[in-house]
Design a protein. Structure first.
Length: 447
């Protein structure tokens, strides 16, 4: 009795050979060809896809002039006119934020000024308060520097609109403008307002309240809708990339489940069946995705009160459905015949959505305006509305996401028709090959 039979094994023991064995030469050649093909595929994908993201950042600072700021001069006296003169003398260069005076009579309250920046009309607004000149004059006369600066120059912005743009482009230029104002205009203003002061009065001011003479006019920054940072940074930026990835894996995991029934069910019923299953699964997956942010203490009440979290959840649900639907269709049309498509698609889908979605389109080349129609861009806009109570176009954002879902459903039905035809053809080919083999065996036996 052989050792194989005595051990109870049916198959003979597996033998292994060294890497240079002649038996492996053919396999080495196959590995080399496949590796070369994969490297070539990824090289083409990287050089074709990564420039989408790099291009959105290319010479970004040269497009800073697309960021608009307003100047409202309610003073129309020495202080206000000096500030407007400084703005008009400012050079118009591509890397400088555009600051321009507007018709002050159109804005009569601070609420209107706040709406200019909250509703995204401007990235920031400078306000020279009414009677700023008289207020400064009174402070110089009395020597009281307690609160006069709160009634003179103010700068309003909304950090929640895009915190990185404010910190990188807007605020540094506001600080530079304040420095120029202090250096070039304030000495003239002080000289004008103290022209009739006695030497003793000026000496007294310089001794007791030197600030009134050296730097009496400082900008008061007012971030109306501040960026809260912390968990909000994860939600507003990288979190949306994770959303794309989670939607990708949802499609991968449920694709195998759908194959269980796909070959046997009537086509239109199978379409409804898998669509309902996908929607239900994404409904709960998006809930757990959203709960992570809630668990880490993110405040969702600024815009919609207690219902803010539910709105956030629904935005994630619609976004994940829209993003996953596109992946589902790519898998149906291409992945069966060319599996590397899925890896390339994930890279493309993340970058294609994040390039125009993570940064203001004003700072990107004009070609990136297509971002308005993408799921991630609309998800970002809606989520910022929820988190920071800024400009709302949530109806439009939801509409775009629903349009993506509807389009994906139409394409998905077509993909099911294609997939079923593809599998029928594959089974037919396999059956014919099997029949040919059997016929060949019979012919050889008869011969």
């Amino acid at each position: 009795m052989s050792s194989t039979a005595s051990s109870g094994r049916i198959l003979p023991p597996k033998t292994y050979v060294p890497v240079h064995h002649p038996k492996l030469r053919k396999g080495h050649w196959v590995v080399a060809k496949m590796s070369f093909f994969n490297v070539l595929t990824l090289a083409i994908a990287l050089t074709g896809i990564l420039p989408l993201f790099w291009g959105s950042m290319y010479k970004r600072s040269d497009r800073a002039h697309n960021l608009k700021m307003a100047v409202i001069n309610w003073d129309n006296d020495v202080v206000g006119n000096a500030f407007v003169d400084l703005i008009n003398e400012r050079p118009k260069l591509p890397h400088l934020v555009t600051i321009k005076p507007v018709v002050s009579s159109e804005y009569t309250s601070l609420e209107q000024i706040e709406q200019l920046v909250v509703q995204y009309k401007y990235w920031g607004a400078f306000v020279v308060f009414e009677n700023s000149t008289a207020t400064l004059r009174a402070a110089l006369e009395s020597g009281n520097q307690d609160d006069y600066w709160f009634k003179t120059l103010h700068y309003f912005n909304t950090g929640g609109r895009q915190e990185s743009v404010h910190s990188t482009y807007c605020q540094p230029q506001v600080d530079a403008l304040e420095f120029l104002f202090q250096e070039q205009k304030v000495p003239e203003i002080v000289k004008n307002l103290t022209a009739d002061f006695s030497n003793d009065k000026l000496k007294d001011l310089l001794t007791n309240t030197p600030r009134l003479l050296t730097s009496p006019l400082e900008f008061q920054n007012n971030d109306i809708r501040p960026f809260s940072g912390g968990v909000a940074s994860a939600i507003d930026n990288v979190g949306l990339i994770y959303l794309v990835i989670v939607s990708f894996y949802q499609v991968m995991m449920w694709g195998f489940i759908h194959n269980v029934q796909g070959e046997h069910m009537i086509l239109w019923q199978f379409f409804i069946y898998r669509t309902v299953i996908n929607i239900i699964s994404i409904f709960f997956i998006s809930l757990f995705f959203s709960l992570v942010s809630l668990a880490f203490g993110q405040d969702f009440t600024l815009r919609y009160g207690r219902g803010g979290f539910v709105v956030y959840w629904m935005i994630n649900f619609l976004s994940m459905t829209a993003l996953g639907g596109a992946t589902d269709n790519i898998m149906a049309f291409f992945a069966k015949k060319f599996p590397p498509t899925l890896a390339i698609w994930l890279l493309f889908w993340v970058i294609f959505n994040s390039a125009p979605g993570m940064f203001p389109l004003e700072m990107s080349p004009g070609v990136y305006q297509f971002g308005h129609a993408l799921p991630v861009f609309n998800a970002v806009e809606a989520i910022r509305t929820i988190l920071f109570n800024v400009h709302s176009e949530i109806g439009l954002n939801v509409g775009v996401l629903i349009a993506w879902i509807a389009l994906n459903c139409v394409v998905n039905y077509i993909s099911l028709i294609y997939t079923r035809y593809f599998f029928v053809e594959e089974r037919e080919k396999a059956a014919r090959k099997e029949l040919e083999k059997k016929s060949q065996v019979i012919e050889e036996h008869e011969a």
